[in-house]
Design a protein around this ligand. Structure first.
Ligand code: BTN
Length: 262
């Protein structure tokens, strides 16, 4: 069966300076995040990407599984940002913004960002992001930004546990789309957002991210550590923390965390 992602063809038309200059492709892997971490430890350059057509053990946040059959997009980008660990947490917004912009631009979908790192369409999750960071003291060794987008899958093929809450590009458009074009656009938007962060700081990224954030001003439920908190989302502040007004009217700022690994 021909590969759904032709890396050579993709790289010919990719308009980035660093992201995707080196792309490691495989048909099947346990998790592209695990693979990218190994590559980073072996010295892979900033912007190196690991992509697979199928993940056998795709991982999500909070130890969850990421459903990863053939037909969707699973990749991880290695970043070596010149920033401290507390700043690097903001990279989840760069990744979310890149996917939101790409989905809107390419398919005119009604895209939403959800704090901290989800992208939704019509209230259902279409993309998940898992950023993991390797630190040396407060300095960042590298970050692996893993992105999974449900592309060519239908509701019927989703496992029962996510059937009510997930969607895909195919589900929304009623037709399949080429994965490669979406992959290219996400990489291009990702690099633009990454450069924006380095040049103008997180506030500039958040300004764009918040234009997709329809949850602001509305009641939401958030898992923070061991707690499930309900309240009104007032803002995402300059550090990327969610400002939540709880039912008892107290205001809490919940920081978006990135998992660390050695
Ligand atoms: C979440 O919503 O909980 C995050 C899901 C992240 C999934 C992507 S798919 C590519 C990369 N490899 C993984 O194992 N996970 C991320």
């Amino acid at each position: 069966m021909p590969a759904k992602i032709n890396v050579d063809k993709l790289q010919e038309s990719l308009r980035t300076k660093r992201l995707g200059k080196h792309i490691f492709f495989t048909r099947e892997i346990d998790s592209t995040n695990a693979w990218a971490k190994q590559l980073a430890k072996l010295g892979a350059e900033e912007g190196t990407v690991a992509v697979a057509e199928i993940q056998t053990a795709g991982r999500g946040r909070l130890g969850r599984e990421w459903f990863s059959p053939e037909g969707s997009l699973y990749f991880s980008v290695i970043l070596r940002p010149q920033m401290c660990a507390s700043e690097a947490v903001g990279l989840v917004f760069v990744a979310g913004l890149a996917v939101a912009e790409a989905l809107r631009e390419m398919y005119h979908l009604k895209v939403e960002t959800k704090w901290p790192n989800d992208v939704l369409v019509n209230g259902r999750k279409i993309c998940g992001i898992l950023c993991e960071m390797n630190t040396k003291g407060d300095a960042v060794g590298f970050v692996v930004a893993g992105i999974g987008v449900n592309v060519n899958s239908t509701e019927k093929t989703f496992p029962e546990s996510i059937r009510e809450t997930a969607t895909s590009v195919q589900n929304e458009l009623g037709k399949t789309v080429p994965i490669e074009n979406l992959f290219r656009t996400v990489l291009e938007r990702f690099e633009s957002g990454y450069d924006l962060y380095a040049r103008d700081g997180l506030a500039a990224v958040l300004d764009k991210w918040k234009r997709f954030a329809r949850f602001l001003g509305h009641g939401i439920d958030v898992v923070s550590g061991d707690e499930l908190l309900s309240g009104v989302a007032l803002d995402v502040d300059a550090t990327g923390s969610l400002v939540l007004r709880l039912r008892d009217c107290t205001v809490r700022a919940l920081s978006s965390e990135m998992s660390l690994f050695m």
